[in-house]
Design a binder for this molecule. Structure first.
Ligand SMILES: [Zn+2]
Length: 98
């Protein structure tokens, strides 16, 4: 990985942390803005978002998902199904820890 990509990856980590903090402290608009900035950095550098971040982000509306707050989480036949308040659903294999 080039230095440039390393710096980009670090910025994405910082934005992910800021999004998490904003969502936790009830600032969904700020969280969404951090998510969008992280996506832009990732796209520009052809990086993918870390799985641990992507999993908490809505594909449709870019909300940072807080289970019990703006997202519903349930398990269904070996999958975790996360439903955003916008209605978008994401499914992940249950056993996959990353
Ligand atoms: Zn959504």
């Amino acid at each position: 990985m080039s230095d440039d990509a390393t710096i980009a990856a670090e910025r994405i980590e910082v934005l992910a942390e800021q999004a998490r903090e904003a969502a936790r402290t009830d600032h969904p608009d700020r969280a969404r803005e951090c998510v969008r900035r992280a996506r832009r950095v990732a796209e520009r550098h052809r990086l993918s978002l870390p799985a641990s971040f992507e999993r908490f982000v809505c594909d449709r509306c870019d909300a940072y998902l807080c289970p019990g707050r703006n997202a519903r989480v349930r398990t269904q036949s070996g999958h975790v199904v996360v439903t955003c308040e916008c209605g978008s659903q994401a499914r992940y294999p249950y056993a996959d820890s990353q």
